[in-house]
Design a protein around this ligand. Sequence first.
Ligand SMILES: NC(=O)c1ccc[n+]([C@@H]2O[C@H](COP(=O)([O-])OP(=O)(O)OC[C@H]3O[C@@H](n4cnc5c(N)ncnc54)[C@H](OP(=O)(O)O)[C@@H]3O)[C@@H](O)[C@H]2O)c1
Length: 268
Amino acid sequence: MDTNEFYNKVIIITGASSGIGKDLAFRLARLGARVVLAARRLEKLTELKHQIKESGGEAISVQTDMTAKDQVTHLVDTTLNKWHRIDILICNAGQYIQRSIAESNQSDFDRSFDVNFYGSYHVVRETVPHMIRQKSGHIVFINSLDAKKGIVGDAPYVAAKTALDGFADVLRQEVKSMGIRVSTVFPGRVDTPMIQDLDVPWISRKISVAKVTDAVIRGIMKNKPVIVVPKLFFPLGALNDTFPRVMDWFYHKFHLEGSHRNNAKGNQ
Ligand SMILES: NC(=O)c1ccc[n+]([C@@H]2O[C@H](COP(=O)([O-])OP(=O)(O)OC[C@H]3O[C@@H](n4cnc5c(N)ncnc54)[C@H](OP(=O)(O)O)[C@@H]3O)[C@@H](O)[C@H]2O)c1
């Protein structure tokens, strides 16, 4: 793998305190990037920042609740004050908010949209003008295969991730002529704290975080607009558009919704 692509690049990673974001931050710093770690749990960010520095990398941490617009502005301002540019923005922060539609309240959807959609929107809105001035940049969305085929009980999460997919699709076209690239990553189930209480069937078994971060790093280097991991699921969206009832049957038959241990529901 040619690692020069990331050397000295300034990369903001939201949701860097855990799971995919944490691994991406560590690996990109190992490739020479200057990483900006954002999430709510400052102690986790501080721990990661020290680990990165001990292994010879450069990192700063900025405690940020992505649902609070003023904190997102502070994140971008802090990055620019420190390193004067933003080369890559990785919109990764997310929460798995589940509720059956019959039992749901608007607040379930509001909470999901606040973090899974607006959390990304705000940071993109703050970052794009700087990337336009630089005439370069790469924005990466960590979405979910759930945006390609909804899972029962997951409507708040699926709705926000599907909205984010449409947003990224338009953004990619709007900023292309300004030298800005956009990639969306659609992982299947990943072995992270987000779904640690969820048992899933073999057909959608949890993949390792490293498999996702490998795919993200490769996808950025190749400027792929769409990154599906595992690759096997690439045709999922097209299959669901063409044969929705067959896909409903398949998801039902194989219990792709999984089952929660201890009746825990989602990452609240
Ligand atoms: N795990 C999966 O199966 C799976 C599958 C497909 C897609 N994804 C997506 O992958 C991304 C990363 O998830 P993960 O699996 O790595 O889960 P994770 O280990 O639970 O990490 C989620 C990250 O998001 C951050 N976060 C949550 N709410 C936030 C907020 N309001 N403001 C700032 N940061 C916030 C968390 O940090 P703090 O709590 O410290 O704020 C944490 O760093 C998410 O977008 C998720 O939807 C995950």
